[in-house]
Design a protein around this ligand. Structure first.
Ligand code: ZN
Length: 129
């Protein structure tokens, strides 16, 4: 089974929890894996904590400290070299096992879209097998 969801982001940098959307897609799956994939070069998928919102801002701040803006060759093209590098480090997908319609995430884990060059409309492809 494969489904596509669209998330509209509101900021240049943003971490959007999409766990509920993915849980809804897998609710009738007895056993398998779900892969959550963004077909974009300046966005990423991560699994991390959503309970303390500071974790999300810490992740975005750490990326900004590691990868400054405005110093990359690609900036001559469309001024978003840093966004491409951050997306490459985080990666475009995550895979989670499913058991009896539930994602086997840890207590503090959630699935999130990371916007690195928003605001934009982002497509997410969700494949279950
Ligand atoms: Zn670019």
């Amino acid at each position: 089974m494969q489904k596509e969801i669209t998330i509209k982001t509101n900021k240049k940098y943003e971490i959007v929890d999409i766990t509920n959307e993915i849980e809804d897609i897998v609710k009738d799956v007895k056993e398998g894996n779900v892969t959550i994939y963004v077909p974009h070069a300046t966005a990423a998928i991560i699994i991390n904590e959503n309970y303390d919102p500071n974790v999300r801002s810490d992740i975005l701040n750490a990326l900004s400290k590691l990868i400054p803006e405005g110093i990359w060759e690609h900036d001559k093209i469309d001024n978003n070299g840093a966004a491409h590098i951050k997306a490459a480090i985080l990666g475009p997908s995550e895979t989670v096992p499913i058991k009896n319609g539930k994602l086997l995430l840890g207590t503090w884990q959630s699935i999130a879209l990371v916007e690195l060059d928003g605001p934009r409309s982002r497509k997410i492809i969700v494949s279950v097998r």
